[in-house]
Design a protein around this ligand. Structure first.
Ligand SMILES: Cc1ncc(COP(=O)(O)O)c(C=O)c1O
Length: 370
């Protein structure tokens, strides 16, 4: 009997070519806008760089193995979300989006889909478990949500939306396929901004969607081909290279996050902490059931905007930036954008791969300056 390696281990080789003497482990990026194509069009070969190309194929094969569904890659997380929203909905149909998720996804739907007669309904992530899904044709939801880390039960939402003939897509950016297997839980589509942890080095924008439903996959692939939302080979290759270290990065980031969340919970300068790994967190029960990691994002509240800014400026190891999931710890006062309905003093903190003692010392020292 052979023991199938874990997904974490599979990620080290996923999408690589079979071993052959004299070959490298992985092909380099293929920079080609077009391919030799004499005679009639042969569907079995590469034809033109906007349709398909070998570097895409290698990463898509690897991600398909790890997600458990056919995969299409995109040049950003938002273009992956746009593929879901644009290619699967007809005028007159209704999309459900979170009102506490990544705001630009909602802005895209409101600016570019509503005018073609698509209806948009929104919901708070914490209310999804009690929602009926009646009248919803497509839901694109996030769990844990970003930035406040609320959760919903994916299997329950899938069951309910399917009873009404709808499609469930889940944005899995905050956990990745190693932290939550969205398709196994019953969703039709998993979507990810690989700009975050999947690439993990804050040097590439990228995204993908995966699904076991061929009809949905073909519609989204067609949208990529005809809208021209295609990733470059270099970015594709860099994301592929990052897959191999995703598990070790997540292991360090999530364990650092748990340690920090516990320390922040009892810290006198911190008024509240959201981290799904804390037993007291409202997201804990669902997270324990459906996630294999609690994640690397902590959202915590300081007294006011000034306290949050003082804290962030005092940190030596933390990059103040609007992203998450990188090897470097990153933080920002999220309300500075004015797009999320959250208190002024909330810090969204993405914990990196630093040694635990170093990042703990940095955060505690910075809190003392408030
Ligand atoms: C949950 C989530 N989904 C989608 C996106 C969009 O990804 P990108 O910035 O790569 O377009 C982001 C970006 O922050 C995000 O946080």
């Amino acid at each position: 009997m052979t023991n199938k390696p874990t997904l974490a281990t599979q990620a080290i080789n996923a999408g690589d070519l079979p071993a052959k003497n004299g070959n490298p482990f992985r092909e380099g990026p293929q920079f080609a806008s077009t391919f030799h194509l004499a005679g009639e069009v042969d569907p079995a070969v590469y034809q033109y760089g906007r349709f398909n190309q070998p570097t895409w194929h290698n990463l898509e094969t690897g991600l398909a193995q790890l997600e458990g569904g056919d995969t299409i890659i995109f040049p950003s997380g938002l273009s992956a979300a746009a593929a879901v929203l644009t290619s699967l909905v007809e005028p007159g149909q209704t999309i459900l989006l979170p009102n506490d998720g990544y705001t630009p996804v909602r802005v895209y739907a409101e600016k570019f889909l509503q005018k073609f007669g698509v209806h948009i309904q929104t919901i708070a992530t914490k209310d999804i478990d009690l929602f009926s899904f009646e009248g919803i044709d497509l839901a694109l939801l996030e769990t844990p949500s970003n930035p406040m880390l609320d959760t919903f039960d994916i299997a329950l939402a899938a069951k309910k939306i399917h009873e009404h003939g709808g499609i469930l897509a889940v944005d899995n950016t905050t956990l990745t396929f190693l932290g939550q297997q969205v398709l196994t839980l019953g969703a039709d589509i998993t979507m990810s901004a690989d700009t975050k942890a999947v690439n993990g080095h804050s040097d590439v924008l990228f995204g993908h969607v995966s699904s076991q439903n061929n009809e949905l996959v073909e519609k989204m692939r067609e949208w990529r081909k005809f809208s021209g939302n295609i990733p470059g080979p270099m970015e594709t290759w860099l994301v592929h290279r990052s897959l191999a270290t995703l598990d070790v990065r997540l292991e360090r980031m999530c364990s650092n996050a748990m340690t920090l969340a516990q320390l922040l919970l009892t810290h006198p300068k911190v008024s509240s902490v959201r981290y799904p790994g804390l037993a007291s967190d409202p997201s804990h029960e669902v997270a324990k059931r459906q996630q294999s990691l609690y994640g690397f994002i902590i959202s915590f509240e300081l007294a006011n905007a000034e306290a949050a800014t003082t804290f962030l400026e005092a940190c030596q190891l933390v990059h103040v930036a609007t992203s998450f999931g990188g090897v470097h710890s990153m933080g920002e006062r999220r309300a500075r954008w004015g797009s999320d309905d959250i208190p002024e003093g909330i810090v969204r903190f993405s914990v990196g791969c630093e040694r635990e003692s170093d990042i703990v010392h940095d955060v505690l020292t910075a809190l003392d300056t408030i």
